[in-house]
Design a protein around this ligand. Structure first.
Ligand code: FMN
Length: 216
């Protein structure tokens, strides 16, 4: 039986916020891939382990839902030890949300070889809510978004997070798919008959298992 004390809460964060976007679809795909893995017998602790499955709740967090303005806090977040130290209610709401998780799966597109400003902005609002917690990075783009993944890894390391070594980089399979991404079209991810990123699901599971080990 799961107790509240032993439950690890993990957020799968959707990093894009533009008005037409595929971020929510990719985030749901990652969430489903991990959820299916968690539901598979005795696998969640990592291949070959005999450990009991840790009790985990996996939730999607969409940055867009928080309507964060460009960073407008007064005190550097690293110096804020209690949410009452934030000047703005939007920061306190975001802080409470992130503080409630023990680990994070960041799902980010690549924008001009970096991460979206929306994601960097949301990260910069906080510090102590992120620090020392495990993080796994998933990027997507024409060539997998490896530059964005690398940039985000550096940011997470700057926050002193425990970052999974290898990011998962999801490459758009063809031009039609890429064009669909640009207009936020339906990617049919995970639908019956769709084999998109089937192989990469193994990378997602491997990254996840490493992150679970980092949870301790
Ligand atoms: C501002 C901007 C910059 C982009 N830069 C890159 C890039 O450097 N490399 C790449 O592969 N795709 C790039 N793209 C294409 C995105 O990968 C693609 O549009 C994807 O759908 C973006 O994710 P989103 O729909 O969740 O916003 C860029 C898209 C935008 C909007």
């Amino acid at each position: 039986m799961t107790t509240t004390e032993s439950l690890f809460r993990v957020a799968v964060i959707c990093g894009s916020t533009r008005s037409v976007r595929v971020g929510p679809q990719v985030t749901t795909f990652i969430h489903s891939t991990i959820s299916n893995h968690l539901a598979s017998p005795a696998k969640a602790g990592g291949e070959g382990t005999t450990h009991a499955k840790p009790a985990i709740s996996l939730e999607i967090v969409d940055i867009a839902a928080f309507n964060l303005p460009l960073f407008d806090e007064v005190i550097i977040p690293q110096a804020v030890k209690d949410p009452s130290g934030y000047a703005h209610e939007h920061t306190r709401v975001w802080s409470a949300k992130i503080a409630s998780y023990q680990a994070f799966v960041f799902v980010t597109p690549q924008y001009n070889w970096g991460i979206p400003a929306s994601l960097k902005n949301a990260i910069d609002y906080l510090y102590n809510e992120w620090t020392a917690k495990p993080a796994m990075i998933v990027s997507y783009g024409g060539h997998g978004g490896g530059h964005a993944a690398g940039a985000l890894k550096t940011v997470c390391q700057g926050l002193r997070m425990k970052v999974v070594e290898n990011p998962v980089c999801l490459t758009f399979p063809d031009r039609q798919f890429r064009d669909s991404c640009l207009i936020g079209g339906d990617l049919a991810l995970g639908e019956a008959g769709s084999a998109i990123w089937d192989k990469e699901k193994e990378d997602v599971v491997a990254g996840w298992d490493e992150m679970v080990r980092l949870l301790g």
